[in-house]
Design a protein around this ligand. Structure first.
Ligand code: NAI
Ligand code: 15L
Length: 269
């Protein structure tokens, strides 16, 4: 596949979308932006809901690839998750199929496997083929997205890299995030690798930086050419002094998904 140039970025108004709008153009991409929320200072952005199939078809027409970030990013009632994350992702894949788009990067989440026990000490890192163990309806929708991506590869030859993002924010703000943090710069490196690697078919990768306290195996991401440059450890002294080390007496400290397994943050809209 020739290196993509024109890329549709869905969810462009959101946290990760805003970071990637700033970082991905330096890799040579011409971004087409889409979100249900209008984006300040981006008059050409497409304002559309993932439920609007005509708008999606128009949005994907002529792009070389899609980075699909749009959707509900926290826990929500099933009807909302169904509409935005399950039906919405299906509509996007259908639009891609109808318009001949061959590569999608799907923002999956660590919450697809959130009830997986975290490794301790010399335990092996969690592999990408660990069974799905969603911790929320939100995580369940990411399991669906990964399976949809597999189906569209097997049935239609559309390639996807499903990125199980850890926590992509400017800085880690909790001790858990020391293990799962994806720096914005490494996020852009990973999305670039996912857009340009050859013959990915459907590849699942974890999305985090080269953290000293890493919980999962980055080898499938590295095989795409991802070479993370950041490590959360510089933030550890302050965060550990404030919160203490993780303690398995606390159920949410035993698993990858953290507080999503006990008291998940709710989608506010
Ligand atoms: P966010 O909530 O800040 O952004 C999501 C964007 O999607 C919002 O701008 C929202 O308006 C848009 N959106 C929601 N429903 C839509 C619909 N029906 N049609 C069109 N647009 C819609 O989330 P964030 O943090 O930027 O995450 C981006 C993606 O990455 C999400 O899919 C999230 O599940 C995933 N992810 C993010 C992580 C992180 O650390 N930020 C971790 C794991 C996964
Ligand atoms: C996610 O999937 C969420 O979208 C994001 O807001 C973070 O909470 C992240 O996971 C996390 O696990 O920290």
């Amino acid at each position: 596949m020739p290196a993509p140039r024109t890329v549709l970025l869905t969810g462009a108004a959101g946290g990760v979308g805003t970071l990637m709008r700033g970082l991905l153009p330096a890799y040579g991409y011409d971004l087409r932006l889409l979100d249900v929320t209008p984006i300040d200072g981006e008059p050409d952005a497409i304002t559309a809901d993932l439920a609007d199939q005509d708008a999606l078809r128009e949005a994907v027409r002529g792009v070389d690839a899609i980075v699909h970030l749009a959707g509900i990013s926290l826990e929500a009632p099933f009807e909302k998750i169904l509409r935005a994350n399950i039906e919405g992702t299906y509509h996007l894949y259908e639009a891609a199929r109808e318009e001949g788009v061959r590569r999608i990067v799907f923002a999956s989440s660590n919450h697809a496997v959130g009830f997986t026990p975290r490794p301790h000490g010399s335990d092996p890192l969690i592999p990408v083929d660990t069974p799905h163990r969603p911790d929320t309806l939100y995580g369940l929708s990411k399991c669906f997205g990964e399976d949809l991506a597999q189906l569209y590869w097997d049935l239609h030859g559309i390639e996807t890299v499903s990125v199980r993002i850890g926590s992509c924010f400017m800085e880690p703000t909790s001790v858990r995030m020391l293990s799962v943090w994806l720096s914005p710069g490494d996020g852009a490196r990973l999305f670039h690798a996912a857009l340009t690697a050859e013959d990915v078919h459907h590849t699942v990768v974890y999305g985090s930086s080269a953290n000293t306290r890493l919980w999962w195996d980055l080898s499938s991401a590295r095989a795409l050419g991802y070479d993370p440059q950041d490590d959360s450890e510089q933030y550890a002294p302050k965060l550990v002094a404030e919160h203490g080390e993780l303690d398995d007496a606390n159920p949410e400290h035993r698993v990858l998904g953290g507080h999503f397994t006990t008291n998940p943050p709710q989608w506010p809209h």
